[in-house]
Design a protein around this ligand. Structure first.
Ligand code: GAP
Length: 534
């Protein structure tokens, strides 16, 4: 997929529509109007998601990469419970710190992440969009503003003070026109409209109402274990899979032959009560992650961090995300998490989603040097010793950790955005150019017409292949329509049994990416697929 069409020209709405139409992704509880931040994966979506998941598991656990020391890495898997002892989340710092500063609207009660308010006002707020034309004039025409307030403002920004009490406009507009501030003029104008010239307040992107000061809001979903609903029985749905690997560190050391350096790997669901779930499945409240905790001797941590940083970027390239849409970005010092030490750091693999806008890229995976923060915390909180005895060095220490943490569902979205390829020349107008190894369906098997012995031959071929490859057998509709369906599903090869098959036992193979066709012997179809789908 290298050299793919730039994602900035792809329409997110069109991608979401295709995902719905072809059964990749549905809104959860759709018949009840949906529920924000939750998604269901349909027949094609679950195949695609499992293919990415299995590829990660193979490349991390079953056949891990070669490390900087030239040896194959030692990584073993875990599958921990979603609900764990509440002390886990105290030790990890999530109870105290897993919070975003939030601002609530006093008028419509919408809650926004503080760092998202201005981007939302500029990029998504309908009322700001409609008002900006009026505010562009200098000096601001009071009459035009009053007209906006009485007409569009009433509908779009019922919470804005200038709309609720138009008499407030006069006082500040004269002052503003006399002494316009040198910079941040639009911000100032919007704040004046929201507060009538008194203490300046940021308006709500939804209704224009005044926002509260930022307040901390914990992102963990709470639940209660057992019959009683009280503080004692309160715990949380895990917001990350990482902690299960830390609190099982001792168990793995005691029950397997692993030696530092080694990794624990886990794929599973994470839950975060995100305030602004948005951009389709990009930021969801329930999502899947693929995480490795790689335990190393402290003095070697920096080398391992550099290794993982590059290795994870290369992995996403292998999946077909490459070139201009993918980048590796080191965190600035002020972005670093509390556990990232001076000699380590954090880097993100970022992808240019169509909605990434001016920033251009959004996070796909984070690679963090966590020092021994988590093991120290769990050792302290549980009272159980977690130190490791390194026989070769004759040394006892708490290993340091490099953590590559990737989003599985976010990765799926990146793969979908990358594959989405508009093509006006096709009946479907679009095709999904998945890497063949990730494609949900590997081959379509079609009789040209549903008679003359063709369906029987096609069905026989389908039964020969289906144990090894996800294959679809389809006899309905014209052959053009069947190809169009397979183009939207991203099926890389279609095999058609036609009149000539009856004479010389060859079939047509149609290549998804070019639409070109060739003939091959029917008994070589399995080998043809095996060669191309690795
Ligand atoms: N243990 C480290 C950790 O949880 P994170 O950056 O918060 O790190 C790891 O999450 C990855 O999980 C992110 O890079 C992203 O791909 C994915 N992710 C995080 N929050 C998400 C959400 N609300 N919806 C979908 N994916 C999310």
């Amino acid at each position: 997929m290298t050299g793919a069409i730039s994602n900035s020209t792809k329409s997110m709405d069109a991608i979401v529509a295709l995902c719905r139409r072809r059964g990749f992704i549905f809104q959860s509880s759709e018949i009840y109007g949906g529920i924000g931040g939750f998604w269901d994966y349909g027949p094609l979506g679950v195949l695609l998601k499992n293919n990415i998941r299995d590829r990660w598991w193979r490349d991390m656990v079953l056949a891990p990469p070669i490390g900087p020391d030239g040896k194959e890495l030692d990584i073993v898997g875990l599958d921990c419970s979603i609900i764990s002892h509440p002390k886990v989340w105290e030790a990890s710092g999530h109870v105290a710190g897993f919070a975003d500063p939030m601002q609530d609207c006093r008028h419509c009660r919408a809650r926004h992440r503080a760092d998202q308010v201005w981007p939302l006002l500029y990029e998504e707020s309908e009322w700001v969009d409609s008002l900006l034309d009026v505010l562009e004039e200098r000096p601001i025409a009071a009459a035009a503003l009053r007209k906006w307030v009485q007409q569009k403002g009433k509908k779009l920004a019922p919470g804005l003070l200038a709309v609720r009490d138009p008499s407030t406009i006069e006082a500040w507009i004269a002052r503003f026109n006399e002494h316009p501030p040198a910079d941040r003029r639009v911000e100032r104008l919007l704040e004046l409209l929201a507060s009538g010239g008194g203490e300046l307040l940021i308006p709500c992107p939804v209704c224009g109402g005044p926002l509260t000061e930022p307040r901390q809001f914990n992102l963990m979903f709470q639940t209660y274990v057992g019959a009683l609903v009280d503080e004692e029985s309160k715990t949380y749905l895990r917001p990350e899979t990482a902690q299960g690997m830390f609190y099982n560190f001792r168990n793995v050391i005691d029950t397997t032959r692993v030696k530092v350096p080694f990794g624990l790997a886990q794929i599973g669901k994470g839950f975060r009560n995100e305030i602004t779930p948005r951009n389709f499945i990009f930021r969801s409240r329930e999502f899947e992650m693929m995480e490795v905790e790689f335990f190393v001797q402290p003095s070697e941590a920096n080398d391992w961090y550099q290794f993982w940083r590059q290795s994870r970027y290369d992995w996403w390239c292998k999946l077909g995300l490459a070139g201009e849409n993918l980048r590796l970005r080191d965190h600035e010092k002020d972005e670093l998490a509390h556990y990232a030490r001076d000699n380590g750091g954090c880097a993100d693999v970022e992808y240019a989603f169509p909605f990434s806008g001016e920033k251009g890229f959004s996070e796909l995976e984070g690679i963090a040097y966590r020092s021994n923060f988590d093991l120290t915390q769990h050792q302290k909180t549980s009272g159980v010793g977690l130190e490791y005895f390194d026989q070769e060095r004759n040394e006892r220490y708490l290993p340091h950790v490099i953590e590559p943490a990737a989003g599985l569902t976010r990765g799926l979205l990146a793969v979908i955005c990358e594959a989405y390829t508009p093509d006006e020349s096709r009946p479907s107008k679009v095709f999904m150019k998945f890497h063949p190894s990730l494609a949900p369906i590997k081959a379509g098997i079609f009789p040209l017409v549903n008679k003359d012995g063709m369906p029987e031959i096609a069905e026989k071929l389908y039964h020969e292949l289906r144990d090894r490859f996800v294959t679809e057998f389809d006899v309905k509709q014209s052959i053009g329509k069947r190809y169009a369906r397979m183009d939207e599903a991203g099926t890389p090869y279609c095999f058609t049994i036609d009149g000539q098959t009856l004479q010389d036992q060859t079939v047509t193979v149609r290549y998804r990416d070019t639409g070109q066709q060739a003939r091959i012997a029917i008994d070589t179809v399995g080998a043809f697929l095996a060669e191309r789908i690795i």
